[in-house]
Design a binder for this molecule. Sequence first.
Ligand code: MOS
Length: 759
Amino acid sequence: MPTDTPAYTPSAVIGSDLARIDGPLKTTGTAQYAADFHFPGMVHAVPVTSTVAAGTVRSIDDSQARKMPGVLAILHHDNLYRGEAPPLFRLAPGGHGGRTSESRPPLEDKTVRYWGQYVALVVAETYEQALAAAAAVQVAYDPAPFNVSTQLDDPQTEQLPLRTESKRGDVEAAFASAPVKVDQTYITPAETHNPMEMHATVAVWSAPNFTLYETSQGVVNHQHVMAETLGVPRENIQVITRFLGSGFGGKLFPWPHSALAAAAARQLNRPVKLSVNRKQMFQTVGHRPRTQQRIKLGATAGGKLVSLHQDYRNHTNFGDDIRENCGEATPFLYSTPNLLVTSALVRRNVGTPTPMRGPGAVPGLFALESAMDELAIALKMDPVALRIENDTLIDESQNKPFSSRHYKECLELGAAKFGWAKRNSAIGSMRKPGDSDVILGWGMAGASWGAFRGACQASVALLSDGTARVSCGTQDVGTGTYTVFAQVVSDRTGIPVDRVRVVLGDSSLVPGPTSGGSTATATVLPAIADATDNAMKIAISTAVSALNSPFHSKPADSLAFSEGRIHIKTQPAATGVPFAQILTQAQVQAANGEGTSVGIGADPKARNYSTHSFGAQFVEIEWDPGIARLRVNRVVSVIDGGRIINRKTAANQILGAVVMGVGMGLLEETLYTPRTGQPLNSNFADYLVATHADSPQIEVHFLDHPDPILGEYGARGIGEIGLAGVAPAIASAVYHATGIRVRTLPIKIEDLLSANVSA
Ligand code: MOS
């Protein structure tokens, strides 16, 4: 691991358990989410969605709907694309337009590729009028055969070519000669993102400018995509997302409703609101695709991996090639001389899949870590010991050391905190204390997720009223971004956090990153640090140049800025002058600093390292065979995510992710009915997410080892890794309790009814 980077020792505000600074705004209802924006003359748009899963729109009869009260416009392919210039454009392939979700603009053609695709948009004075008129639009289809089969290896299905993702050695030969083998197939279902806040756009057109109030995890990317889609220069589009009620990846890239709302606003010259309802969220704003993964492991009798072969496929739709990167963690998590990861896409008549919390790695680790658990059983070896036996500090897929890898410590600390040493490995052998009817299962799994720093900018102003302002064109998806940014400014300046104002969620600010891939913190922190340092330098220059300053004409490098004061470097801060006083006396309103982060790809030192976070999940489940009741009882989650900037918001991320992991393990599954291709359980009654009643007792531990390659603060990111490893640890615990290995998620009590153990 790198040792050449001098360690930065931050003040106590870094790593504190400060509550979210935006919390009061949210709990008092003051925070404005996208759909909360209202403007004079605003009208409402409701989409008409396809009731077939494949085919073409033969005709649209909107004559009844047009006569209904309040109806202003009904847009569909025939009237929208009739003009000389199309209202919506495609992104140029390979261009720099940004990343979109669906590659085609909505209503571009009459082809229907999935149930629920937009076929028309009704705009009316009120939401109720638009809803009623949308129901009155008569759409006739020429339906075509469709395919929503869950059999991803069905030979009847067109499959895109096999792709090699990672390769070393010779897996076939090594597997053939391995004394101990596992060869199994694991399946994860389509899952739908269900953030509390549904997607919405409020589009305001004031020629030649658009202002789009959005539910976006990336305001700058959204601006870029909409500029190309709407055919206007970037500077004519402002995207605003002040607050998000989460996104889980579903809001990373623009979806068709945003372009439709904007096109309607321009056409009608009225502000337009389009809210995607819960049912539509199962159709047109992405999902985690179904995956099917075959894992072949070969090991020596002593438990050394000699071969690891993962072959996976995932479904995608008929418009986009979306690969769920299930091999994300496979090439480097364990040491093995022979490895092969291959993948293929399988088309289905479903909406376009999109990243969902820990895309690729999370379903990938369900397969890999379940297979490791099966290997441990075949070896009669403890599953923690098996992982430690195959630990490595070198990323063998890239032949590079990890910047900071403490996977073994995660496993050991997790085992200690959980009480793993007390585990009796015999199936069904452990009982709930005080209730001998209930069998306990103890299982575990490892976790990993990538770490990355992108390029971005930030601005910091130190103001003459003694406060500071930090701004960046990124957004807070709900994770605590506002709060950690304030902490960094406070850390460097000594200005208390409650005097630091954070401004985010506006594409007109200096460009910041998408809130995705657990990369926003590592990406923006160096830019904020740089901007803050530059602002402090300006404040010091002001102290030197102002005639009435006590530091007038002193060499700038003899002065320091700390504890909110400018002072002689060799003397304590208390002997200095508050910066506000210096600025006020100099009649300067603000000391402004700009800062940048250099992307990890452009950082020569970083190129020598493989950067990832690691973790371990330990799970206790309860299985009551008398009443077929299965519940996750207790989880210990240990995370090696670099330095933790805020213990409270970081722990919140892991707690939430573990709850989501219970959903992934036991509940979540989007069902497309083979009768029509419709996502059938498109509501909160039928699509089950984990609730409070399903939530286990959760203990979170952070190792808190700074990762110097990610930046001075050494923070990686903790938004996604908490979900990794939870589902396979549940499957491992279920096996321990019941003797039944469930390889298809979610694990259902029906899977366990044949269990051969009773209490
Ligand atoms: Mo996350 S799937 O990068 O929002």
